[in-house]
Design a protein around this ligand. Sequence first.
Ligand code: HEM
Length: 414
Amino acid sequence: MAVSVSLDELLGDQVRRDPYPFYARLHRLGEVAALRPTDPHALVVHGYDAVNRVLRDPVFRVLGSEYLDRAGIRWRQHAVTRILQTSMLNAGAGDHLRARQLFSQALTPRRVAALEPAILRITDGLLDELAEAGADGRPVDFMAAFALRLPSDVVGELLGVPEADRAWFPSRVRTFDAVLEIGRRSMREIRAANDAAGELTGYFTELLAARRARPHDDLVSALVAIRDRDPEQLTADELLANLIIMYNAGFRTTANLLGNGLALLVERPDALAVLRADPTLAASYVEEILRFEPPVHFALRYAGHDTEVGGLPVAAGRTVVVLTGAANRDPRRFADPDSFDPSRVDNRHLAFSAGPHYCLGAALARAEGRLVLPRLLDRFPDLTLAAAPGDRRQLMLRGYDRLPVRLTAPVPPL
Ligand code: HEM
């Protein structure tokens, strides 16, 4: 008989704070585990090979509008779910491919390489501000003062959002993101996310109109031109939804890569010293941070027809929880998976997912991590945690709400 686990446990406080002992237990059970018949999802898929297969196998689909309609979910009532369902994150195969092809042109490795000087400029500007906020050894919150601002400014640069408007985004995008977490959401969170969705839609509607009237040399102008030339390529709603999703997908994920990464390194002075001594190792550090403490721990998929995973049946229409965070710690795939080892070879983790929805911004996120971490460590050689980092309780966008650091030793009183 199949071993079953409980969704309540996965979503419980203990696992949310530290999911890794639970993941280790799942790995001892095999590649997949059945959930209880009363749970809304059929299975938890946690083994590396099984996760990789589910993400790539066309029988498993994202929870698009067709699925939500069949499940009787009234997603059209909410501005936030209208955007999520219209964006490529949840679009059905044909619509997905159309939008993805268009937006992927903005995120090719060549385009990302061209953005590097801007990433460095934004980094240095924010490091100056961080230095000021943390002068004389005053504790400063790394998340608010740096990690949550940098990715938002970088996406702003990528799209062509004017610099003066960029500081407006982080709080809206954060409120919008709250609905992405697995489990129940309060009406207050949903209402706030809808308001944020409305504000973001309003902003981009105006920006698109401004760029249509006076095109600039930026992505928003290029997308307006493509749409005006060939409206079949992208509907007006798809254009808006995908612009907003670029902000959301690239925001807290990258902020958490920086926050999780910094906390990990400060807690491991030996690994930190190696990176400080040789910044060319930054790319492998980023990969290991992503494997070890991924900013996203799971995805959901449903079966398009009756199928099986790891020998367990999944009926057509049933959903599975795909635990990429657990796959990254699968001992069958990674030797000594619970140790942080930036010198790992063949570190093909699943932090960016796999298959058709593989993260479109992976090259950009990698560049941000690779450029920013050494620069931060170089600028503040005495950086330490000013207090224990707060709890992380989210599995979808897993990171710290606050990460108090001291950039220099406190100045002793006279
Ligand atoms: C460390 C940072 C990041 C992580 C860990 C991350 C992770 C992910 C994951 C796991 C998915 C797939 C979800 C699924 O399979 O259902 C995804 C999709 C996506 N990501 Fe990222 N992401 C990061 C940064 C970025 C950045 C910087 C951008 C762009 C500015 C971006 C844009 C996207 C987009 C547009 C999608 C949707 C792709 C599709 O559905 O075809 N991401 N990301």
